[in-house]
Design a protein around this ligand. Structure first.
Ligand code: ASP
Length: 467
């Protein structure tokens, strides 16, 4: 007999079915009657076992069932009596009367209760047993919600003529201001790859390559000290468009987010349309930060206050006191500030065609219109005090690509984790990532990061210093 999902039993009253899943809860009523809430990925189903009607093997199996045991049950779907209907359960109008029960696997007692919200459980323990934590209803819902968001974006992008292009995970650094994870090369002794902070250079090179519209559900890696809701790896809806102005990107993105909310979250309310626009300078002056929370009612879980923050400064002085690109060195300069830029004056006042999308006080995305001319890109590197030699070594490929008919282009990269977190009403992105790291970048389940056998280190030409 083919397997029936729990949810499908509703349409199969009177039929004999085979259902499979986990023993979510077992209620024994005296020694004859046992109720099992059977859980599969579609939800719960009530199974009734009346032991006097069962063959001895099945009756013994029913006696042995403990929480989280894996069961296969054959039985007849029957309508529940009016008083027994459970309106909270999608299968609440039916139950399966068991004929045969097989225990397909047993389970140790889980270290925490997964038939309840696990938010109160110690997070280290939840992450060590993430595969159990993920069984809980809220976590199943969050991860599935994330999937629907990603599916929506993919579909939306494809409908708008974007091409999904996979870019390398092993690459040479992108200077976007974060520390990179480094990967030693076995074949090239003493040489290293790095993991992408973002596919920034590849997406720009995809524009030079003539794709005009690129996107990717892109994993990004940043080796930073972890703060709050940061993760060493996270996911962006990374995209880039050719022959666009800032206005094109803003309007495209705004329409996409409105469509996302209207399609997947109709219960939510976008406070202002079109999304309010502020300059970086205005935002800093009025709110003291560049990601203002513009909600009218901060207690309304369904309010979504999107806002654009525009005209970010091109440069900043970093923690070490050196001049750095505020966003990244590929942003173009605002026309009004171009003369200053060419003269190299008053650098901190020079603005880029760089913009952020903010939602309820969180930065959702950063982007910019890029430089597509070699000389201007070189000028940025000069102002950032990157030597001629370093420019060639690190960015020679970009500078060269710009000499072969690079179109004007720009892009954006909304963070999937934050979007999913805000839509799920969670306070931490770990709640919407299936297998996240801890606040200090560990994976307690696998035990990463970990030591490596001496042989692997030798092959990677690595010697660990003992001091
Ligand atoms: N690569 C940038 C980032 O990760 C986004 C962009 O400029 O498109 O923030």
């Amino acid at each position: 007999m083919l397997r029936t999902w729990n949810i499908e039993t509703v349409g199969k009253v009177g039929e004999t079915v085979r259902v499979n899943g986990w023993a979510h809860r077992v209620r024994r009523m005296g020694d004859k009657l046992v109720f099992i809430d059977l859980r599969d990925s579609t939800g719960l189903l009530q199974v009734v076992c009346y032991k006097p009607d069962l063959d001895p093997a099945t009756a013994a199996a029913v006696d042995a069932i403990g929480p989280e045991y894996i069961l296969q049950i054959e039985g007849v779907v029957q309508k529940r009596g009016d008083k027994q209907v459970n309106a909270d359960l999608p299968t609440g109008t039916v139950e399966v009367v068991a004929k045969q029960v097989t225990v397909q696997n047993v389970s140790a007692t889980p270290p925490f209760e997964i038939d309840q919200d696990t938010r109160q459980v110690n997070e280290e323990l939840r992450l060590k047993y993430r595969y159990l934590d993920l069984r809980s209803e809220r976590m199943q819902r969050n991860i599935r919600l994330r999937d629907t968001i990603i599916a929506f974006f993919r579909d939306y992008m494809h409908k708008n003529c974007f091409v999904e292009i996979e870019t390398p995970i092993l690459m040479k650094g992108t200077p976007e201001g974060s520390r990179e994870y480094i990967v030693p090369s076995r074949l090239h002794e003493g040489k290293f790859y790095v993991l992408p902070q973002s596919p920034q250079q590849f997406k720009q090179l995809s524009m030079v390559a003539g794709f005009e519209r690129y996107f990717q559900i892109a994993r990004c890696f940043r080796d930073e000290d972890q703060r709050g809701d940061r993760q060493p790896e996270f996911t962006q809806l990374d995209f880039e468009m050719s022959f666009v102005t800032q206005e094109d990107i803003l309007q495209y993105t705004e329409a996409m987010f409105i469509a996302l909310v209207e399609t997947l979250f109709p219960e939510k309310r976008i406070s202002k349309r079109p999304f309010p626009r502020l300059t970086y300078a205005e935002s800093m002056k009025r709110y003291g930060n560049d990601k203002p929370d513009l909600r009218e009612d901060k207690n309304d879980p369904n309010e979504l206050a999107f806002a654009w923050v525009l005209d970010f400064p091109m440069f900043e002085v970093d923690d070490e006191g050196t001049i750095a690109a505020k966003h990244h060195p590929f942003c173009s300069i605002k026309e009004e500030d171009r003369e200053k830029f060419m003269r190299g004056e008053d650098l901190m006042a020079i603005r880029a065609n760089a913009y952020d999308l903010v939602l309820n006080g969180y930065e959702l995305s950063s982007g910019s219109i890029r430089i597509h001319e070699r000389e201007l890109q070189k000028r940025i590197f000069d102002l950032l005090q990157v030597s001629e030699e370093d420019q060639k070594l690190r960015f020679g490929h970009m500078l060269e690509a710009f000499t072969y008919g690079a179109p004007p282009h720009g892009g954006f990269a909304p963070g999937i984790d934050r979007i999913a977190m805000l839509m799920a009403g969670e306070l931490n992105i770990r709640e919407v990532i299936a297998f996240p790291k801890t606040g200090d970048a560990r994976d307690p389940m696998m035990g990463a990061p970990s030591d490596l056998p001496a042989k692997s280190l030798r092959e990677a030409h690595i010697a660990i210093r003992q001091d």
